[in-house]
Design a protein around this ligand. Structure first.
Ligand SMILES: [Zn+2]
Length: 319
């Protein structure tokens, strides 16, 4: 599916996130998504569930002057979000989102529910994941957490079992990691209970830092979530721990192999995003996230030699 898209390059429009008319980023994402809409429709492996993906959005379905709003990075309570997948879709719908990708951390468990809700609300759902990985710096030998977004066509990933095995390992690692963070907090004389964290995460949900942060807040050890991160849980922080994340290149390659579009999430959080992008591009990375969660366009200083070689810049609108 990605072959023809890979050939397409685009120029990045410098601007301050003009929301009035469709930006170059939006038109590109629009083009990509309209392609996505039909991916898999002719696949012989498709079951009779083709109705699941029957929401079709194209330029003619928009009223004059109406914006096509994409939200391509979102989390439900299947990972560390607050809303169920269907509530999330409902909220996106109420905020005018026409195309929504559910990108829960290391799981696609919420996708069927999101697709079902998307059908009810007329919101196009792009099956996605945000994969937790590590990036090893060749210079310093240190490792840094890197999140890779994966977007799939309407029929989901090819070789689903292989992808799921990969994700199971990461999710199992999240339990080990969560316990370690609690242990570290206990050593710092914060008697947080592991059960509190798993209760917040919910049944069958692999715990993450956000769940630990919420438990800390609920138990009154911090004043707000931000403080939980700045004091204890930030990368390399006193209660930080890693799980069993794969290397970033490995994840990008697997996303490509399973027919997905691989996009680097929040590159502005990285120490050296240019180095990361350069290496991941060699592994097959298609694009980078450019809108922060406040909807502002991040002024990433991407070098001209790097920019045209990426196929996409994703416009992420959060409302
Ligand atoms: Zn992330």
């Amino acid at each position: 599916m990605a072959d023809d898209k890979k050939k397409r390059n685009k120029k990045k429009k410098r601007g301050n996130g003009n929301k009035k008319k469709m930006t170059t980023e939006q038109s590109e994402a629009f083009k990509s998504v309209t392609d996505w809409l039909f991916v898999g429709f002719s696949s012989p492996s498709r079951s009779s569930s083709s109705d699941d993906f029957s929401v079709t959005i194209n330029s003619s379905s928009l009223r004059c002057g109406e914006k096509l709003v994409f939200e391509l990075h979102s989390h439900s309570n299947r990972s560390d979000g607050f809303l169920s997948p269907s509530k999330l879709v409902e909220r996106a719908y109420n905020n005018g989102v026409k195309v929504l990708s559910l990108t829960d951390h290391d799981t696609m468990a919420g996708i069927p529910e999101a697709v079902e809700a998307g059908r009810r609300f007329g919101v196009k759902i792009i099956p996605g994941i945000e994969i937790s990985t590590l990036f090893g710096s060749r210079d310093s030998g240190s490792e840094e957490p890197v999140h890779i977004l994966a977007y799939y066509g309407t029929s989901g990933p090819a070789m689903y079992d292989e992808l799921e095995d990969f994700l199971v390992k990461i999710r199992d690692g999240r339990f080990v990691r969560g316990r370690e963070m609690v242990l570290k907090l206990n050593k710092l004389k914060i008697p947080l209970k592991w059960e509190h964290v798993t209760r917040i995460a919910g049944k069958d949900v692999a715990p993450g830092r956000m769940h630990v942060a919420r438990a800390l807040l609920e138990a009154g050890y911090v004043e707000n979530l931000r403080q939980a991160f700045t004091k204890y849980l930030h990368d390399g922080g006193p209660a930080y721990a890693t799980g069993s994340e794969p290397m970033a290149e490995e994840a990008v390659k697997l996303i490509c192999k399973t027919g997905g579009v691989a996009v680097l999430a929040h590159p502005w959080a990285l120490k050296n995003h240019v180095g990361v992008i350069r290496r991941l591009k060699d592994a097959g990375l298609h694009g980078v996230e450019v809108y922060r969660s406040d909807g502002k366009l991040e002024g990433l200083s991407l070098s001209p030699s790097l920019v045209p070689s990426l196929s996409y810049y994703l416009s992420i609108w959060v409302h």
